[in-house]
Design a protein around this ligand. Structure first.
Ligand SMILES: [Zn+2]
Ligand SMILES: [Zn+2]
Length: 145
């Protein structure tokens, strides 16, 4: 049994990983708004080699878009039964990484606080910033995150 576990809304898709996420971000981009229905989405980065998933999923590919976290392209993965967006993979900008939707983790106590906020250029004015580094687009390659 993995240390961290999560599932979609209906439970048909489950996943797990053992290592604590290396990076947690709130993304305020317009893709995340549209796909999540909220002002932003919270992601936790885990290694593809540590990530196991069960159940039938489908992927929707997002083409290159440097104004959103799609960056140079990625796939957003959802449950075919309930449509919950569960994780993002095949990121051109993060080879070997899987970005888990924090909201799909089994336990609220497994949520880790965001270390950065990204794509703040499209954050709505009524959403206050957290006291963490803010990036109007993605995290610069030189940033220590
Ligand atoms: Zn489901
Ligand atoms: Zn985003």
């Amino acid at each position: 049994m993995s240390k961290y576990q999560g599932h979609c809304a209906c439970g048909a898709v489950t996943y797990g990983f053992d290592d604590a996420p290396s990076f947690v971000a709130n993304c305020h981009c317009t893709d995340c708004k549209r796909a999540s229905g909220g002002e932003m989405a919270t992601f936790a980065l885990v290694s593809e080699s540590d990530f196991t998933v069960k159940g039938e999923t489908r992927s929707f590919p997002y083409p290159k878009n440097t104004e959103t976290c799609a960056g140079n392209g990625l796939d957003r993965v959802f449950c075919v039964t309930c449509g919950s967006r569960v994780y993002t993979n095949n990121l051109a900008d993060f080879p070997g990484g899987v970005f888990v939707q924090e909201g799909s983790l089994d336990g609220l106590d497994q949520w880790l606080p965001p270390q950065v906020e990204i794509f703040t250029w499209s954050r709505r004015p009524w959403m206050p910033a957290l006291p963490v580094p803010q990036y109007d687009h993605g995290v610069p390659a030189t940033a220590d995150a």
